[in-house]
Design a protein around this ligand. Structure first.
Ligand code: SF4
Ligand code: FES
Length: 258
């Protein structure tokens, strides 16, 4: 199979980037998308040119490191797969494939196709954890969790933090990501107790990082490789409302002294 690749090249964060066209030929339809890029890079190195920089780690759809905006869609044309799980048989022989980095203010380009997604880590650091002592495995197993809740928590925990939801969103909102993290902890007894505090801290952190607001286009759900549901955004919004009301209730009223 032969392809024409239009790839975003950018030397560093400050440099002006642009699309560069390359040709690759003799690619097996069973090659993964990254194996195809590896072949291109080998070709570039042999020609004395700089290889294309792109993020990857597990190449098994687990770690969330890979990204790539392929033909205008985060993670490419196949629903429910990450870029590392995409295969060249999903494209036709002779296709032109356009490859860009995630585009979002909160994800600045570092080089070529690599963006800085540490904003998502900062949101997790702000509150995406359980700070109480939950004991060991036997302790966890001794606390019964209704099946429906544990299933929902497990589904939310499937989020790999790739950032495709942000890249897909016209507003570059991170609500699906935060919704997934909030839900998977709040639905379990060990995480429930800190739910309100967690929501407030994560949303406050998100607001300062350049992400946009959610306008319910559902593009995030449509492009999420792990099928995270927008229901998690509803859980997040409900948690945020509860936390805001509780905060207001805690404020001393006028004339009241402590
Ligand atoms: S919600 Fe989906 S698209 Fe967003 S970071 Fe998690 S896995 Fe990636
Ligand atoms: S490289 Fe780990 S999910 Fe794609």
């Amino acid at each position: 199979m032969n392809y024409t690749l239009r790839i975003w090249r950018q030397e560093n964060a400050e440099a002006k980037g642009g699309m560069v066209t390359y040709k690759v030929s003799g690619i097996s339809p069973d090659s993964s998308f990254f194996e195809m890029l590896d072949i291109l890079n080998q070709q570039l190195i042999e020609d004395g040119q700089e290889p294309v920089s792109f993020d990857h780690d597990c190449r098994e759809g687990i770690c969330g490191t890979c990204s790539l905006y392929i033909n205008g869609r985060p993670h490419g044309p196949v629903k429910g797969v990450t870029t590392c799980q995409l295969h060249m048989r999903s494209f036709k022989d002779g296709d032109t494939i356009t490859i860009e980095p995630w585009r979002a203010k909160a994800f600045p380009v570092v080089r070529d196709l690599i963006v800085d997604r540490s904003a998502l880590d900062r949101i997790i650091q702000a509150g995406g954890y359980v700070s109480i002592n939950t004991g060991g495995v036997p302790d966890a197993n001794s606390i019964p969790v209704p099946k429906e809740r544990s299933d929902d928590a497990f589904d939310a925990a499937a989020c790999i933090g790739c950032g495709a939801c942000v890249a897909a969103c016209a507003n570059a909102a991170a609500m699906l990501f935060i919704g997934a993290k909030v839900s998977h902890l709040a639905l379990l007894p060990q995480g429930e107790i800190e739910a309100e505090r967690r929501v407030m801290k994560m949303v406050e952190c998100m607001d300062g990082l350049g992400f946009g607001g959610c306008s319910n286009t559902y593009a995030c759900e449509a492009e999420c490789p792990k099928g995270i549901s927008v229901t998690n955004i509803a859980i997040l919004n409900r948690g945020f409302l509860t936390a805001t009301l509780m905060k207001q209730k805690e404020k001393p009223s006028k004339g009241e002294s402590f």
